[in-house]
Design a protein around this ligand. Structure first.
Ligand code: FAD
Length: 382
């Protein structure tokens, strides 16, 4: 995977690797600017809920596991929890509430309610090596993969995409999403690694070889996730363009946010070629979709079991971002997407999570290119 770019079609999409490659630098540049803007950098999350599935003692004491929070007074008033605490529920939907979190029928994630939690400036808490590892981290990943057990067929899901003959398309898509997200997180860890000997931060090629490059399918799933998210952004594009980003305090600031966002949307409209209508169509479609949602919701709750604050934060951002993309693709029909009819379709948190997650995956693709260059240099010097 370090020597050769993947080529040709990206399975289950109508896009190919070359097309994604051709836009990844530009897309990354636009997203990097976008996620620095006030609207997109402040995220509110409740990071200190108990793990609902097991007794979690895996507290990470490394300095890098910690996060810095932002006082509410620094957040523009319109984006504060009080202004956003009302959950919109359409008459056809039910709101399911648990202590500290909730979901609506259409949601693929549990969402933190606004009564608890902290504001975090994502731009000063980058996802990178923290030293969180061992049984706690492995248990979380194992539990996440075990959610890929659909009633239709059951088997061990860790490490291998189950054989096509035994699985349905939806289950394969589910696995690709999870494995691709795992691969993207690993890529960030390897690209922003702390070298204990030199005391410096930087890319660690061997780490990338061990975790990603030795498993070409993991790399492919990162591209798959990027296309899925781009399709969701393209689909919701008009709604996102009409969203209210005012709050930075200056007209120029608000315009800049919108301009960057529109640049991302126009790239997404060219590259986000994923046909969501091919999923959930068989005789069991509705049952399968409910199961898919339920499993992904569980993944979002498993994030409360991650024993490292910064890892938990980014785990929550990314499951929420992917969950939002899935909702856009599989739950909202075309008429719902009209910003005039349905202006409260997504919460600010969902919009922020969606764009930050796309930024994470795009950054991973750019990091992969860095690793390829490092590999070529090393091969040359031998
Ligand atoms: P792990 O990455 O823990 O993987 C466990 C097992 O899963 C592997 O042995 C392998 O068999 C399998 N596997 C690995 N990758 C894939 C894949 N892509 N697809 C399918 N199977 C796979 N650490 C940090 O330093 N910084 C972070 O920001 C961070 N965020 C995290 C977020 C979450 C949600 C979780 C659960 C963990 C996070 N960690 C983070 C920890 C990190 O992901 C690893 O668990 C840790 O570095 C140990 O890595 P490992 O090589 O032992 O394998």
């Amino acid at each position: 995977a370090c020597e050769q770019f993947p080529k040709g079609p990206i399975e289950t999409t109508s896009c190919d690797f070359e097309t994604v490659e051709s836009v990844s630098d530009d897309l990354y540049a636009q997203l990097r600017d976008l996620v620095q803007t006030p609207f997109f950098k402040y995220f509110r999350a409740d990071l200190y809920r108990d793990c609902p599935f097991w007794q979690e003692n895996g507290l990470c004491m490394n300095r890098e596991c910690g996060i810095t929070t932002v006082d509410e007074s620094e957040i523009p008033e319109a984006w504060r929890a009080k202004a956003l605490s009302k959950v919109e529920v359409s008459p056809k939907q039910e709101l399911h509430q648990l202590p500290g979190c909730y979901y609506r029928d259409s949601d693929f994630c549990f969402l933190d309610d606004m009564s608890e939690g902290d504001y975090i400036d994502l731009s000063v808490n980058p996802e990178r090596f923290t030293g969180y590892t061992g049984p706690s981290a492995h248990r979380v990943w194992k539990s996440i993969y075990e959610e890929n057990c659909f009633g239709i067929s059951q088997f061990d899901t860790l490490n291998a995409l189950p054989e096509d003959s035994k699985t349905c398309l939806e289950q394969r898509v589910y696995y690709k999403i999870i494995s691709g997200m795992h691969a993207s997180i690993s890529t960030h860890i390897c690209h922003d690694d702390f070298n204990q000997t030199t005391g410096k931060w930087g890319p660690n090629l061997q780490c990338f070889i061990n975790r990603i490059a030795s498993y070409p399918e993991r790399l492919e799933y990162m591209y798959f996730n990027a296309v899925l998210l781009l399709r969701a952004v393209a689909r919701i594009g008009p709604y996102l363009s009409a969203y209210d980003y005012c709050g930075t305090g200056t007209h120029e600031g608000d315009q800049y946010t919108l301009e960057k966002l529109n640049n991302v949307i126009s790239i997404a409209q060219n590259v986000g070629r994923f046909d969501e209508t091919t999923l959930f169509r068989g005789p069991n479609a509705q049952v399968l979709k409910e199961e898919f949602k339920q499993h992904f919701r569980n993944v979002s709750r498993i994030m409360d079991c991650v024993g490292c604050d910064k890892c938990r934060l980014w785990g929550k951002v990314q499951t929420s971002g992917v969950g939002t993309a899935l909702k856009i693709l599989f739950e909202l029909d075309q008429s719902a997407l009209d910003p005039k009819i349905n202006h409260n379709l997504l919460t600010r948190s969902e919009v922020v999570a969606l764009m930050n997650t796309l930024h994470r995956f795009t950054e991973s693709l750019v990091a992969v290119n860095d690793f390829r260059k490092m590999w070529a240099r090393e091969a040359h010097s031998q």
